[in-house]
Write a protein that binds this ligand. Structure first.
Ligand code: ATP
Length: 230
């Protein structure tokens, strides 16, 4: 049974890919619990399955075995429609590439998830501009993605992911395309927002120094998932 403040929980999660007659085992026996407000980094060698794990946690890919509970519901026992609703209601996603829509302004991009939820335009604009101000882009509302720097684009993507106030933000190498200074700034911003908004944060990173700034570091190896001691 999930505890009341548990946001996301994985039980005995496994993922294999068929390779001809053999199965390529990527993940096996993964148990993981993310509580409200947790900050957690997932590290591991290239190909160890970090992105695969994040996709499973977000219900974007299906496991070969095991289950993921989001807000107490098994993501893979519900309909596709319900899975989408749960994802929408409780999760935010940030990727290495910002995925902002190029023809829309920063403000319009961040309003989008609220408009999709049928929030009135005025309210959506207000919430989006507040969130953009929180990520330091209060003076860039009308800029299109092509008129923003790399770090600013990633900040806008974070604002878009958080504007719906998700319980948990899943971030896959969100600083992977940034130089050192920007990577650190964006990482710090995510931790700060996570703290301020009470959002749980699961962040996949290659960077051990950045990972060490989170509350928990989980390491993926062939033996499975283990938690680093402080
Ligand atoms: N659709 C797929 N079909 C077959 N194999 C796949 C598929 N997707 C991923 N894999 C394999 O699963 C393994 C884990 O991939 P994943 O992208 O999760 O690793 P990662 O730890 O995120 O790597 P990186 O740090 O390089 O991004 C890799 O060996 C990859 O080749």
């Amino acid at each position: 049974m999930s505890k009341p403040n548990t946001v996301l929980e994985a039980f005995d999660l496994a993922k294999s890919y068929e390779e001809g007659r053999r199965a390529l085992k990527v993940l096996a026996g993964i148990d993981l619990r993310v509580d409200k407000g947790d900050t957690l980094a997932v590290v591991g060698a290239s190909g160890s399955g970090k992105s695969t794990l994040l996709h499973l946690l977000g219900g974007l890919d299906t496991p070969t075995q095991g289950r993921v509970e989001l807000a107490g519901e098994n993501l893979f026992a519900v309909s596709e429609k319900r899975r989408g609703q749960l994802r929408n209601r409780h999760l935010g996603f940030v990727y290495q590439f910002h995925h902002l829509l190029p023809e829309f302004s920063a403000l319009e991009n961040v309003m989008m998830p609220l408009l999709i939820r049928r929030q009135p335009r005025g309210e959506a604009a207000e919430a989006a501009s507040q969130m953009l101000a929180r990520v330091g882009l209060g003076a860039r509302l009308e800029h299109k993605p092509g008129e923003l720097s790399g770090g600013e684009r990633q900040r806008a993507a974070i604002a878009r992911a958080l504007v719906t106030r998700p319980a948990c933000l899943l971030a896959d190498e969100p600083t992977g395309n940034l130089d050192r200074g920007n990577a650190e700034a964006v990482f710090e911003l995510m931790l700060e927002l996570n703290h301020g908004l009470g959002t749980a944060l699961v962040i996949v990173t290659h960077d051990p120094e950045l990972a060490a700034r989170t509350g928990r570091v989980l390491r993926l190896t062939e033996a499975g998932l283990s938690e680093d001691d402080d």
